[in-house]
Design a protein around this ligand. Structure first.
Ligand SMILES: Cc1cc2nc3c(=O)[nH]c(=O)nc-3n(C[C@H](O)[C@H](O)[C@H](O)COP(=O)(O)OP(=O)(O)OC[C@H]3O[C@@H](n4cnc5c(N)ncnc54)[C@H](O)[C@@H]3O)c2cc1C
Length: 1017
C-alpha cells in the first residue's frame, strides 16, 4: 500500500475538510481543565526546574537570549581557545545584561545566572555584578583570554545542555533512568546530525544497535517476572536521516537498497527485545519516502507479532490526517497493531523558508499556530477512534492539548464502552511541572513517557537550539505558560474559536511562495522534490530528452551578422516608441509561457548542456525571474520621467531612453538564464538585440527566442546568430550601428572586447562584462561541520563546478580542518557522477571533451605541486553522454592560495589551511589574484563576517550558506576587478546601463509670464 499525497488545496479548504475535532462540551471542558492546570502549575512556580526560569528570562525576544543561544549553538564545538574567547567576548558584549537583574523571581535567574555561567555552580555573586552586570562582564571579556571565563562558560553551556540530555551514552542514560522515577519510562533518542557520509551512517546504525540491545537488556533486568506490556517499557526513537547520507525521495532506489535493510534490522532487533521503536518525523519533503520505508517494515513477516513499531506524525503538516488514515489502513490491512506518536512538528520556521525558496505552490504546513492545534486535535480524534489497532502517543507540552486529548479519550471510552489505551509524551527537561500538576489534578491521566536524548555535548547542539527556539517562540505554549504577565485565559484558549474569528485562515503576513515579492512580480514556481508524482514527471521528461542536431549545423555565416544589424537598426525605430508597459507585458507573457513549457526546457538543458535535473529546474526558474524582474524594473525606470526640483517657471525632467542595437554574448554554462537575462534587459528598455549564444548551446537559445516571439516580440527586434565567437566579434564589434555590448564569459574575451570597442572611431560604447573568479570560502572553527560540508559540496560540485560563482578554494582554519576534510571526503564518496538524464545524478558531464582534458591536466599539475586528497570515480557507463566528457570530482590540498593562478572551471576543489593569525595574509593572497566574484564565509563571529566583507574584493559575499544560485532581485550578481564591470545582473541598477539619460528643460514662462507663480494665493 503506497501513500499518495493528496492534491494541493488552500489552507482554508484543508481545515474545512478536517472534521470538527471537538464537540461544544469537549471544547468547554478542555478550556476549564487546561486553565486549571496552568493555574495549578503557576501556584507551584518555585518547584519548576531552574532552567525553565532561565529560558523564560532569556528568550528569543531579547538580545541577551539570542546571544546565549548563539553561544550555546557554537561554543562547545570550538576546539581552539582563541576563537572560543572571541565568540564569548562578542556575544557577551552584545547584550544589555543589566536589564535582567531582578526581573525574575527565580533565585536562579536573578542572582545566580552569572554564577552558573562563571563557575558552573549556583553561587552568590560578587556585589559589583548585582549592581552593574554590564560593566563587570565587559571588564571580564576584555580580558577574554582569561581561561576562567572560557572554562566557566563552556561548563555553563554543558549544564544547560545536560538539562536536555539524559546521558552522554546509553549506559549513563539507562543508569539515570533506573535511579530517577521520573525517567522510568523513556523513549531514548541517540543525538546527532543526519549522516553526511556512509561512515556516519554506519556509526549511527551501530549506536542504535547497541542502544536497542542495552535498553532491551535493562528492560528485561528490571521486570524479569512482571508481565508488563510493551507500552510500559522504555523504547527507542530513530531518525532515518541518520541511516543513510542520501535519504531523500530522489534517491529512492538507494533508499530501498540500503536504508530499508538497515531500518529493518533495527526493527527486528527491537522486536527481539520486545521494546517499542518509533521513527521520528523529519522534513516534509521526506514524508512520502519515510512512509514507504515504514510500509516496508510493516510488511516484514519476521516482526509480524511485535506491537512496538511506530511512526511520528506532524500535525503542522497539511497531509497529517491523510497520513493517519494511511497508517491506520496499513495496520488494518496487515492486521498488525502499530503505534503513532502525534507531535505538532519541530521545524516550522525552516520548512516555511524552504518552501519559499523552492517556489512551492502551497506550503506543506499550516501557517497559523491555531490551525496546527486544530489539526492536532482532529488527528488525535482519528487516532483514538482507531485505538483497537493503533496505540496513540500524544507528545505535547501544551495544557490545552493535554486537556482536549483527555476529553476525546473520555468520550471515546463512553461511546465504545471499551478501554482506550494511550499515553502522553514529553521531552526530557521540559513539561515536568505541567505533567506533575496534571497527575495531581487528573485521575485518568495515562502513562507519560519521556523522550530522552542521549549523546555527548558536541552532538547536542542542533537539538539544543531547537529546544531554545521552541521555548522562546512567541506562539509557543511553554514560552507563556509560567509568565504571570500573560493571563491564564490567553495562555489556554480554544483554537477552534481562534480559527472562527479569522478572516483568512492563511497567515496574512506569510505570503504564498508565489507572492514572496509582492504584487509587482510573481515568484517563479518550483518543483516539489518530495512528491513522488512530481519526481516521476520530471524523470519522464528527462528520459524524453530530444535528440539534437549538431551545434555546428545551426551556425550562420558572418554575412548574417551584417544583415541582422541592418534589420535590428530599422526595427529600433518602432520598438523604442512602444510604451515600456507594452514591452514589459511581452516579458511577462514570456515568463508565463516558459513556466508552462518548463519540461521542454528542462529536457533541452539536460540534452544540450548536460545539466542535471535540479540545476535545470533552477535555471528555468532563474530565467522566469529575470523576465518578471526586468519587466518590473523597466516599468519603474521608464514609466515616467523624473521631475527635478528647480526654479519656478521651468520644467526639468530626466528620462532614460534606449541606446540602439545591443550585442548580447552569452556563455554555455547558463545557456538559458544568462542568455535570456541579457537579451530581455536590452529589449525591455527599448533596444533591439543581436544575440550570440555559446557555440555549444544554440538549440536552447533558439527555443527561447521562439518563445519570446510567441510572447509578442517583433521578429526584427531580436536576432539570434549561433556561430563561432571570434568570427562574430570581428564583424559585430565593427558595425556602425552597434550601441553597446553585454558579455558573460572569460576575462580574456572580455578584455578583447574592451580593446576592440576602444579602438572604434566614433561614440564610446558601454560594455557590461561579467567574468569568472577564483572564489574562496573561509571557514573558522565556530562553523558547524555538517553545514560547511553541505555548502561546500553544493558550491564546488553542483553544476559540475561549471558556475562562475563556484567554490574553487576552501580555506580552513587549521584547528578544524581535519574534521571538516574527513567529512567532506566521505560526502564526496556519495556523489553520483553520470548521465544527467537520470534524476539521481549529482554531477553531470563538463561541456566538452576538450574541457575535460584541460581539467585533467590541471588536476595532474596541481596534484604534483600539492596533494590529491580525494578523487571520486566515473561509472563504467555514462548513458547517452560520452565518457570522455566526465571529470571525477577532485579535492586537492595546496599550501597557499597564491598557487592558484587560473580558474579551473569544473568539479575541482582546492583546499588550504590557515592559522588564525594568518587570516590577513590569506586575504591579501585572495585579493592579489585580482578576481572579485564570490566569497563564502562560515563563522558564527559577526565581527569576522563584517571584517571579511569589508576586506574582500568579491562582489557577492555569502555568510553561513552556500555561495551559488544567486536569486534574481534578491542577490544581484556580479563581480569586481577581473571578475566584471557591473552593474549586477538581476539587480536594481542593471537596466540603467542599457539606457542613456536625457534631460528636458522647458521654460514655461516663454509664452507670456509665469502663470504658476502669479496664480498662487
Ligand atoms: C516526545 C516528543 C517527541 C517529539 N518528536 C518529534 C518528531 O519526531 N518530529 C518533530 O518534528 N517534532 C518532534 N517533537 C517536537 C514537537 O514537534 C514540538 O515539541 C511540538 O511541536 C511542541 O508542541 P506543543 O504542543 O508542546 O506546544 P505548542 O506551543 O502548543 O505548539 C508549538 C508548535 O506549534 C506549531 N506552530 C508554531 N507556530 C506555528 C504557525 N504559525 N503555524 C503553524 N504551526 C505553528 C509548531 O509545530 C510548534 O512547534 C517531539 C516532541 C515531543 C514532546
Amino acid at each position: 500500500m503506497t501513500f499518495i499525497s493528496p492534491a494541493l488545496r488552500s489552507e482554508t479548504q484543508d481545515l474545512a475538510a478536517l472534521r470538527a475535532p471537538l464537540s461544544a462540551a469537549e471544547r468547554l471542558a478542555a478550556l476549564e481543565i487546561g486553565r486549571a492546570l496552568v493555574s495549578g502549575a503557576r501556584a507551584r512556580a518555585d518547584e519548576r526546574p531552574y532552567l525553565d526560569a532561565f529560558l523564560q528570562e532569556f528568550g528569543l525576544s531579547n538580545q541577551e537570549g539570542i546571544a546565549l543561544m548563539c553561544l550555546a549553538e557554537a561554543l562547545l564545538r570550538i576546539p581552539d581557545d582563541e576563537t572560543a574567547d572571541r565568540l564569548i567576548a562578542e556575544k557577551l558584549a552584545s547584550g544589555n545584561w543589566d536589564s535582567h537583574a531582578g526581573r525574575s523571581d527565580s533565585l536562579f535567574v536573578n542572582a545566580s545566572t552569572w554564577g552558573l555561567m562563571l563557575t558552573g555552580r549556583l553561587v552568590e555573586l560578587p556585589d559589583e555584578l548585582r549592581g552593574n552586570a554590564n560593566g563587570w562582564l565587559r571588564s571580564l571579556t576584555q580580558r577574554a583570554s582569561e581561561p576562567l571565563v572560557r572554562q566557566a562558560l563552556r561548563r555553563a553551556m554543558k549544564i544547560i545542555g545536560s538539562e536536555f540530555v539524559v546521558g552522554r551514552d546509553i549506559e549513563e542514560a539507562l543508569k539515570r533512568s533506573s535511579s530517577d522515577s521520573s525517567l522510568a519510562l523513556c523513549s531514548f533518542d541517540m543525538l546527532g546530525e543526519g549522516a553526511r557520509t556512509d561512515r556516519d551512517a554506519q556509526r549511527y546504525f551501530d549506536s542504535y544497535v547497541d542502544a536497542i540491545a542495552q535498553i532491551g537488556k535493562s528492560v528485561s533486568n528490571r521486570s524479569p517476572k512482571t508481565n508488563d506490556s510493551l507500552h510500559e517499557r522504555s523504547s527507542i526513537s530513530i531518525k532515518l536521516s541518520a541511516l543513510d547520507p542520501r535519504y531523500s525521495a530522489i534517491h529512492r532506489e538507494r533508499v530501498i537498497d540500503r536504508l530499508i535493510p538497515r531500518a529493518r534490522d533495527l526493527a527486528r532487533l527491537a522486536a527481539a527485545h520486545d521494546i517499542g521503536l518509533t521513527i521520528d518525523a523529519e522534513e516534509q519533503d521526506r514524508l512520502e519516502i519515510s512512509l514507504e520505508i515504514f510500509a516496508a517494515l510493516v510488511n516484514d513477516p519476521d516482526t509480524r507479532n511485535w506491537r512496538g513499531l511506530g511512526l511520528a506524525v506532524q500535525a503542522y503538516g497539511r497531509r497529517a490526517m491523510a497520513v493517519i488514515e494511511h497508517v491506520t489502513d496499513l495496520a488494518r490491512s496487515h492486521r498488525r497493531p502499530l503505534t503513532v506518536r502525534l507531535v505538532k512538528g519541530a521545524y516550522w520556521d525552516s520548512e516555511i523558508k524552504r518552501a519559499q525558496e523552492r517556489g512551492l505552490a502551497e506550503y506543506p504546513l499550516y501557517t497559523r499556530k491555531c490551525s496546527t492545534d486544530v489539526s492536532y486535535l482532529a488527528c488525535a480524534r482519528a487516532l483514538l477512534e482507531a485505538c483497537d489497532i493503533i496505540y496513540p502517543q500524544f507528545a505535547t507540552h501544551n495544557a490545552h492539548t493535554i486537556a482536549a486529548v483527555l476529553g476525546l479519550a473520555r468520550s471515546r471510552r463512553d461511546t465504545s464502552n471499551a478501554p482506550v489505551d494511550f499515553e502522553f509524551q514529553r521531552l526530557h527537561g521540559m513539561g515536568t511541572l505541567l505533567y506533575d500538576e496534571a497527575r495531581r489534578q487528573l485521575s485518568d491521566l495515562p502513562r507519560v513517557r519521556v523522550y530522552a536524548p542521549v549523546g555527548p555535548h558536541a552532538d547536542l547542539l542542533a537539538y539544543l537550539v531547537r529546544r531554545l527556539l521552541e521555548n522562546g517562540a512567541n506562539t509557543s505554549f511553554v514560552n507563556r505558560f509560567m509568565d504571570e504577565r500573560v493571563p491564564v485565559e490567553q495562555v489556554v484558549s480554544d483554537p477552534i474559536s481562534e480559527i472562527d474569528a479569522l478572516t483568512t485562515v492563511e497567515h496574512d503576513r506569510i505570503p504564498l511562495p508565489a507572492g514572496l515579492y509582492g504584487a509587482s512580480r510573481r515568484n517563479s514556481s518550483g518543483i516539489d522534490f518530495g512528491r513522488r508524482s512530481s519526481i516521476d514527471d520530471l524523470q519522464r521528461c528527462l528520459h524524453d530528452s530530444p535528440a539534437l542536431p549538431s551545434p555546428a549545423s545551426r551556425y550562420v555565416t558572418p554575412q548574417a551578422v551584417e544583415s541582422a544589424f541592418r534589420a535590428a537598426s530599422a526595427a529600433f525605430i518602432d520598438w523604442r516608441r512602444r510604451p515600456v508597459t507594452a514591452r514589459a507585458d511581452i516579458l511577462e507573457r514570456a515568463a508565463d509561457l516558459l513556466e508552462q513549457s518548463r519540461d521542454t526546457f528542462i529536457a533541452l538543458l539536460a540534452a544540450e548542456a548536460g545539466k542535471t535535473a535540479s540545476d535545470a529546474v533552477a535555471e528555468v526558474r532563474e530565467t522566469i525571474d529575470f523576465c518578471r524582474y526586468y519587466a518590473k524594473t523597466a516599468r519603474e525606470l521608464q514609466g515616467s520621467a523624473v521631475s527635478l526640483d528647480g526654479p519656478t517657471g521651468e520644467r526639468n525632467e530626466l528620462s532614460h531612453v534606449p541606446r540602439g542595437v545591443w550585442c548580447c554574448i552569452s556563455p554555455w554554462n547558463f545557456p538559458l538564464a544568462i542568455f535570456t537575462g541579457q537579451v530581455v534587459a536590452a529589449l525591455v528598455t527599448g533596444n533591439t538585440v543581436i544575440a550570440k549564444p555559446a557555440e555549444t548551446t544554440p538549440e536552447i537559445a533558439l527555443a527561447m527566442c521562439d518563445l519570446l516571439y510567441r510572447a509578442g516580440l517583433p521578429r526584427d527586434a531580436l536576432h539570434v546568430l549561433p556561430m563561432i565567437g571570434k568570427e562574430f566579434g570581428e564583424v559585430a564589434l565593427r558595425d556602425r550601428s552597434l550601441a553597446g555590448v553585454v558579455f558573460t564569459g572569460s576575462t580574456r574575451t572580455a578584455q578583447w572586447l574592451n580593446r576592440t570597442l576602444a579602438s572604434r572611431e566614433g561614440a564610446i560604447l558601454p560594455l557590461i562584462a561579467e567574468t569568472g573568479g577564483i572564489n574562496a570560502m573561509i571557514v573558522d572553527s565556530t562553523a558547524l561541520t555538517e553545514q560547511v560540508v553541505d555548502d561546500v559540496m553544493s558550491s564546488a560540485f553542483g553544476s559540475a563546478g561549471q558556475r562562475c560563482s563556484a567554490l574553487r578554494v576552501l580555506c580552513l582554519q587549521q584547528d578544524c580542518a581535519d574534521r571538516i576534510l574527513d567529512m567532506l571526503e566521505g560526502a564526496m564518496e556519495t556523489l553520483v557522477v553520470g548521465d544527467p538524464s537520470e534524476l539521481t545524478t549529482d554531477v553531470g558531464p563538463v561541456i566538452t571533451a576538450a574541457a575535460a582534458r584541460d581539467l585533467e591536466q590541471h588536476i595532474e599539475r596541481m596534484g604534483q605541486r600539492g596533494r590529491l586528497r580525494k578523487r571520486t570515480t566515473i561509472p563504467a557507463t555514462t548513458g547517452s553522454v560520452a565518457r570522455d566528457r566526465f571529470v571525477a570530482p577532485a579535492l586537492i590540498e595546496i599550501d597557499s592560495v597564491a598557487e592558484l593562478d587560473r580558474e579551473a572551471f569544473g568539479p575541482v576543489l582546492h583546499v588550504v589551511r590557515y592559522r588564525t593569525e594568518e587570516l590577513p595574509s590569506l586575504l591579501e593572497d585572495l585579493r592579489a589574484n585580482g578576481y572579485g566574484l564570490t566569497l563564502g564565509i562560515q563563522t558564527r563571529l559577526e565581527g569576522t563576517q563584517q571584517a571579511l566583507f569589508e576586506a574582500t574584493l568579491a562582489g557577492n559575499v555569502y555568510v553561513n550558506r552556500n555561495m551559488i544560485g544567486a536569486v534574481v532581485g534578491v542577490q544581484p550578481f556580479g563581480g569586481t576587478g577581473l571578475s566584471g564591470t557591473g552593474p549586477k545582473a538581476g539587480g536594481p541598477h542593471y537596466l540603467l546601463r542599457f539606457t542613456t539619460e536625457r534631460v528636458l528643460t522647458v521654460n514655461t514662462t516663454a509664452t507670456g509670464g509665469n502663470a504658476a507663480l502669479l496664480t498662487l494665493d
